[in-house]
Ligand binder design. Structure first.
Ligand code: IPD
Ligand code: CA
Ligand code: CA
Length: 272
């Protein structure tokens, strides 16, 4: 299926939102920052980005539905859903830590991911993928890492920050990944973690509590770049989970083994 119009529209929307973020970086005032719940923030910039992205997408595809982090709705009839994180890395953005992205994905009526875009405006890096067509960074094909020694792995993760019931499980796994890698990064934007894994910059990524808007585009990028993505239980239906493990044929099994030993009981209880 040709996804050219869908990808072009997602790119146009991501770049328009990216321009908004760049125009406001370092300029936010306190009244423009709200806590949705403790430690979970949204800003006027997140909202402006979401309004811009959704108006571009719904003008082009009025029959599609929307699933957006900040709640914009459209009840379409096509069965297709756009899954949108208008600003992934909001805490970074608030602190002027320049690591954040716009993430836009399209999921088909059968549940398959069809198209995905992650745009990092500061670096003008545009990661794109369409089902069966490979993954690209600024038009150049990207692929998953082929590193095969633990001593060379750079692994990304997301730290627990507002729920603590899995903190001990997380730290148990972290200790093992520290031993089995050259280093670990916590960038603060799951869509960038996944895009960088697709591009072979990171050798793998794991995070326990994510939502579809954080990972939908990044999951397609990693898979189209030749990587493997599952939940912590090894199931590839990532929309059943809040947990994400991504990597190569070497790093994914390594991370999965650790996740199953440290999170096994939790994943069984909650489909985490
Ligand atoms: C967050 C980022 C972060 C991850 C959090 C997400 P937001 O998204 O992706 O890396 O650790 O779980 O909520 O709130 O900045 O869009
Ligand atoms: Ca997010
Ligand atoms: Ca967000």
């Amino acid at each position: 299926m040709d996804m050219n119009k869908e990808l072009d529209t997602a790119i146009q929307a991501a770049e328009a939102a990216g321009a908004i973020t760049l125009s406001r970086l370092g300029e936010l005032s306190n009244p423009e920052i709200y806590a949705k719940e403790p430690k979970d923030f949204v800003t006027e910039v997140d909202r402006q980005c979401e309004a811009t992205i959704t108006s571009i997408i719904i003008s082009a595809f009025p029959d599609d539905s929307l699933l957006c982090e900040e709640g914009t709705l459209n009840e379409g009839t096509s069965g297709r859903t756009w899954i949108i994180d208008p600003l992934d890395g909001t805490l970074n953005f608030i602190h002027s830590f320049p690591v954040f992205a716009i993430s836009i994905a399209l999921r088909g009526a059968d549940g398959d991911l069809l198209a995905g875009v992650v745009y990092q405006p500061i670096l003008r890096e545009l990661f794109t993928a369409a089902k069966g067509m490979g993954a690209y960074l600024n038009g150049e094909r990207i692929s998953i890492s082929d590193r095969d020694s633990k001593e060379s792995f750079l692994i990304a993760t997301g730290l627990p920050f507002k729920e603590y019931h899995y903190l001990d499980s997380y730290v148990g796994m972290l200790k093992e990944v520290i031993r089995d890698s050259a280093g670990i990064r916590r960038a603060g934007s799951a869509s960038i973690d996944l895009a960088y894994t697709a591009a072979g910059r990171f050798d793998g990524f794991w995070e326990y509590r994510l939502y579809p808007w954080d990972f939908a585009a990044g999951v397609l990028l990693v898979r189209e770049a030749g990587g493997i993505v599952t939940g912590f239980d090894g199931n590839s239906d990532v929309f059943r989970h809040h947990s994400i493990l991504a990597g190569s044929s070497i790093t994914h099994p390594m991370l999965l083994d650790k996740a199953q030993r440290h999170f096994g009981d939790l994943v069984g209880q909650s489909a985490g």
